[in-house]
Structure formats: structure tokens, C-alpha cells
Ligand binder design. Structure first.
Ligand SMILES: NC(=O)c1ccc[n+]([C@@H]2O[C@H](COP(=O)([O-])OP(=O)(O)OC[C@H]3O[C@@H](n4cnc5c(N)ncnc54)[C@H](OP(=O)(O)O)[C@@H]3O)[C@@H](O)[C@H]2O)c1
Length: 320
């Protein structure tokens, strides 16, 4: 916008960090509205999903592999309304309700804000049957589960072991695998066993004796295993799976040495229809988001502390 011959950049409210830090360093601030590049749209954020990577990135744990620019607005998961359409981004129109995993090539202008810009390839129409909060919880975790499931080729009749089945990634993994016709054995602590049954999985407690508990349910072992937590999940999985190329991990690349797959979720994987497929599953009543906690944007620090506790059932979401 031009006023008195000067370019005036409008500002937006956002939660940001000035440098790498902890939840205590998050500040609610005014920052320039993000630019809307060719192929991008500007989204008025209704809700932003919280993922463990948000606070890990902000703490500097990914510094060796990811470009981070400050002030950093965290958040890669968004559900909101298209406010403006950038050059040659006609796939969406002003007013469209969208959701997406809006990770760009470097981290800076994320979704913990009133507005975020994103390439159309990262977006899909929001599932009509999910609330803003539920939709914002889907993209990163849902795509991680989806891409992991594709990598190990889960099909109807498979028995699959899912570690951390009650978490963000795991809860979507269970629902997608069940929708594909698989039998799912999921690990969680006792307090989440009813939740896992509700999602369609057979629950087992993690910790000492896990291998025996899985063998009790599946004496022949399992067809595929998904490590969504780390720790001893890979070690437990390998002897239980008949083919090691049907093991995927999202937490350690050690899995590759054993013939399995290391998955780092991509917003623009070869399969660009994945987000739309997740929306279809949701609208068919086969996938939903259990929102563990909803907090206002200004309480992002509390959301990070809860996420870091490792006890999230489903998703934590910020509303804007
Ligand atoms: N590579 C990638 O692309 C990618 C993508 C997304 C996430 N990740 C990483 O994957 C991990 C999981 O992400 P998330 O978003 O699902 O996390 P999350 O939602 O915070 O996971 C919390 C869940 O983990 C369960 N849990 C904790 N310790 C467990 C154990 N030893 N065995 C089984 N379950 C356990 C908890 O269940 P109980 O309360 O019952 O213990 C809780 O439900 C994180 O480390 C995250 O950074 C990687």
C-alpha cells in the first residue's frame, strides 16, 4: 500500500522469537505482513497446529540442517481463509477455506500469526467436516503418517505395529492404516488404551516386554512397523517384521542401515494430492483429529511446554 508516496507495510500480530530459545522467549509482537510471492496466497489464520518440531527448531536443535531467520514466527500447520491471491496462484480464490503444511525452504514467517503466506502446492481445501482447530491439527502429522504408510506399502489385510499410536502422528497413522483395511497394533501407556481402541487399534503398553506383548497378539510377527517415537522402537520392530524394507522411522536414520525407510515429512512430496485425500477421509468419517488442548495464540509458550511433556493425546492447537 502507498501513502504520501511511501510504501507502508501493514503489520500483523504474531508470536515470535528474536533468537534461538525456549518457550519463555516467545513474545506476542507486531511484525510486517508476510510477502505473497508468485504461486502463493495469503491466509488469514484461524488455527495453527503445534508440533514438537516447532519448539525443537526454536531451540536450535535443527541448526545444522535448516536455515532459520529471525525474528522467527514458528508454526508449519495452518487452517484459515484465503485473504489475497498472489501472482499466478489461481488454484485458490479469496474466501476459500484451506489447510496446509506451510514449510518453506527456510523458517521465518510461520503460522503462529494473524496471516501466513504459502505456496498453493502446500494447500488443499479444508475438510468441511472438521472444525478449524481439528483441521489445523492434520497437515504435518497427517502427512507424516500418510507418507510413512506409503513408504512401507500398507494394504488391506496387513498387520501393522505403530509406535506412539496415541500421539499426533500415531493417531493419524492408526486411522489411515485402518481405513486401508489393515489390522493395527498400537503402543501407548495404559491411560490411552481406550483412545486407541476408539481409533480402531489393538493397544499394547510400551516398555519392557513389548516384544512379547506384540507376539502374544501376532504370533507370526507383523507385516510392517512404523516408529513414530524413537527410543527402542526400532530395535523392537526389526525382529517382529518379516521384511526390513517394511519398517519406517521418523526419528532415526539408523533404520536405513537395516534396509528400512527414514521419513522426513515433505509439504510437496511426489504425491501432491495427499492433503486432499486426508480431507476426503475426514469427510467420509474415517479420519478425525482428537484435539487435546486448544490455547489462544498468546499462550503459545504453554502449548510448547505441554508438547514437550511428551504426553499429548492427538494434537495441541493455537487459535488466532
Ligand atoms: N521425521 C518427521 O518428518 C517427523 C514428523 C513429525 C514428528 N516427528 C517426530 O516424531 C515424534 C512424534 O511426533 P508427534 O507429533 O506424534 O509427537 P506427540 O504428539 O508429542 O507424541 C506424544 C505421544 O507419544 C506417546 N509416547 C511417549 N513415549 C512413548 C513411547 N516410549 N512409546 C510409545 N509412545 C510413547 C505418548 O503416549 P503416552 O502418553 O501414552 O505415553 C503421547 O501420546 C517427535 O519426536 C517428533 O519430533 C518427526
Amino acid at each position: 500500500m502507498r501513502r504520501n508516496g511511501l510504501v507502508v507495510v501493514s503489520t500483523i500480530k504474531a508470536v515470535a522469537l528474536e533468537k534461538y530459545g525456549s518457550p519463555d522467549d516467545l513474545r506476542l509482537v507486531d511484525l510486517p505482513e508476510p510477502k505473497v510471492a508468485p504461486g502463493e496466497v495469503l491466509i488469514r489464520v484461524k488455527a495453527a497446529g503445534v508440533n514438537p518440531v516447532d519448539w525443537k527448531l526454536a531451540a536450535g536443535y535443527l541448526d545444522a540442517i535448516m536455515e532459520v531467520r529471525f525474528p522467527l514466527i514458528s508454526g508449519w500447520d495452518v487452517a484459515g481463509v484465503v485473504e489475497r491471491v498472489g501472482p499466478d496462484a489461481g488454484e485458490f480464490a479469496v474466501g476459500d477455506e484451506v489447510y496446509g503444511y506451510v514449510r518453506k525452504d527456510w523458517a521465518q514467517n510461520g503460522a503462529y500469526a494473524e496471516f501466513v503466506s504459502a505456496g498453493v502446492r502446500m494447500l488443499a481445501k479444508k475438510p468441511a467436516s472438521l472444525s478449524w482447530e481439528q483441521a489445523a491439527g492434520v497437515p504435518l502429522a497427517g502427512l507424516t503418517a500418510y507418507q510413512s504408510i506409503k513408504r512401507v506399502g500398507i494394504t488391506a489385510g496387513d498387520t501393522v505395529l505403530i509406535h506412539a499410536a496415541a500421539g499426533g502422528v500415531g493417531s493419524f497413522g492408526v486411522q489411515i492404516a485402518v481405513a486401508l483395511g489393515a489390522r493395527v497394533i498400537g503402543t501407548a501407556s495404559e491411560r490411552n488404551h481406550d483412545f486407541l481402541r476408539y481409533l480402531g487399534a489393538e493397544p499394547v503398553a510400551y516398555g519392557d516386554g513389548l516384544t512379547e506383548r506384540v507376539r502374544h497378539l501376532a504370533p507370526e510377527g507383523v507385516d510392517a512397523a512404523l516408529d513414530f517415537i524413537g527410543g527402542d522402537a526400532l530395535e523392537v520392530s526389526l525382529p517382529l517384521v518379516r521384511q526390513s524394507d517394511r519398517v519406517a522411522s521418523i526419528t532415526t536414520d539408523e533404520v536405513v542401515e537395516h534396509g528400512g525407510h527414514y521419513v522426513w515429512v515433505r509439504p510437496d512430496s511426489a504425491d501432491l494430492t495427499a492433503l486432499a485425500e486426508l480431507a476426503e477421509l475426514a469427510d467420509a468419517g474415517k479420519l478425525t483429529t482428537h484435539v487435546d488442548r486448544t490455547l489462544p495464540l498468546a499462550e503459545a509458550a504453554e502449548a510448547w511446554r505441554l508438547s514437550a511433556s511428551g504426553k499429548t493425546r492427538g494434537k495441541i492447537v493455537l487459535t488466532i
